[in-house]
Design a protein around this ligand. Structure first.
Ligand SMILES: Cc1ncc(COP(=O)(O)O)c(C=O)c1O
Length: 326
């Protein structure tokens, strides 16, 4: 018999899938690391379990404890699944710009959800960063995950996602392209791939309204770069410890409109029903196309599933209201 001991045993070993139509005109082989095959439908299951297991081992998370996290949804889903299997209480703190589906899904898997305003500074007491910290101070026997600065996040990708990509491409991967939020995915995968072959190039996808690209290019944390944006999952108004800028060769920024339009195009032209950061990532890859040569193998990682965006990027009324389609 072949079975997993519980749902957490099905995390990882996701497929690599060729992108065929949207990459027309690019001679390189472009392969998607298709992370929606994880049980929580996102790459974040990997780091959620790793962060919990490392916290258990360090004695930070104890039996009967409460896990608290500020999350745009996917990390919360991974944490919630692990909390169910391992018997913890889960509280997710979210910003109100996140899609309603994400909130409903977290509640469906037993998480308590606290919603905070998006348009406040990170140090504002109402922000989702501050609220998560406050709740963790007020709740007895609780552990605040802090996916931004918890380096078990990067380690999960160094130990699983990176080696999978290396093995699946038979060591032929030449470029890795991925959206950057907490930075765990790009830093862990990038570090592993560069250790195998220092010539692998690692590109981050950023969004307008985020500080990453300018900080990488100039070393300046420019508050003037920060403004509210629509794209979900990538870009930040802080510098998380999980972003290892030394591993990253460059960033390209994608507009909210392009990210939304390409989220639809991936579904309609490739049959890839994916989240908003996948649209940003594939558009960013196209912006970088002069970097890819004929025999290159470019791996792009797609973080999450389209079902979380049916009220937004997959809703043409919303797309028209935003001015993204005619
Ligand atoms: C949909 C989505 N895309 C991209 C990212 C960015 O990944 P990372 O946090 O590993 O940089 C996230 C993380 O929150 C996400 O939820």
């Amino acid at each position: 018999m072949e079975y997993a001991e519980n749902i957490l045993g099905t995390i990882g070993n996701t497929p690599l899938v060729r992108i065929n139509k949207l990459t027309e005109g690019i001679d390189a082989l472009v392969l998607a690391k298709y992370e929606t095959f994880n049980p929580g439908n996102s790459v974040k299951d990997r780091m959620a379990v790793k962060m919990i297991e490392d916290a258990e081992a360090a004695g930070l998370l104890k039996p009967g404890g409460t896990i608290i996290e500020g999350t745009s949804g996917n990390t919360g889903m991974g944490l919630a699944l692990a909390a169910i299997v391992k018997g913890y209480r889960m509280i997710c703190v979210m910003a109100d710009k996140q899609s309603k589906e994400k909130i409903d899904i977290l509640r469906a898997v037993g998480s308590e959800v606290v919603v905070c305003p998006t348009d406040v500074a990170p140090d504002d007491p109402q922000s989702y960063y501050s609220t998560s910290k406050r709740l963790s101070e007020e709740t007895p026997n609780s552990w605040y995950v802090n996916q931004y600065d918890n380096l078990s996040n990067t380690k999960a990708h160094y130990e699983s996602t990176g080696p999978e990509i290396w093995r699946q491409t038979d060591g032929k991967v030449t470029h890795f392209v991925v959206g950057v939020g907490t930075g765990g995915t790009i830093s862990g995968v990038g570090k592993y791939l560069k250790e195998q072959n220092p010539n692998v190039k690692v590109w981050g996808i950023d969004t307008y309204g985020s500080v990453f690209k300018k900080y990488h290019e100039t070393g300046i944390f420019d508050e003037k770069e920060i403004y509210p944006y629509v794209t979900e999952g990538i870009g930040e108004d802080i510098l998380p410890k999980n972003v290892d800028f030394g591993i990253i060769d460059g960033f390209t920024k994608v507009t909210d409109k392009d990210a939304a339009v390409y989220t639809q195009r991936l579904a309609k032209e490739e049959g890839m029903f994916l989240g908003n950061s996948a649209g940003a990532a594939i558009k960013g890859l196209l912006q970088l196309k002069e970097h890819f040569k004929k025999d290159d193998v470019v791996v792009i990682l797609f973080h999450d599933h389209g079902s979380r965006y049916v009220g937004k990027m997959f809703n043409d009324d919303w797309m028209r209201k935003m001015g993204y389609i005619e």
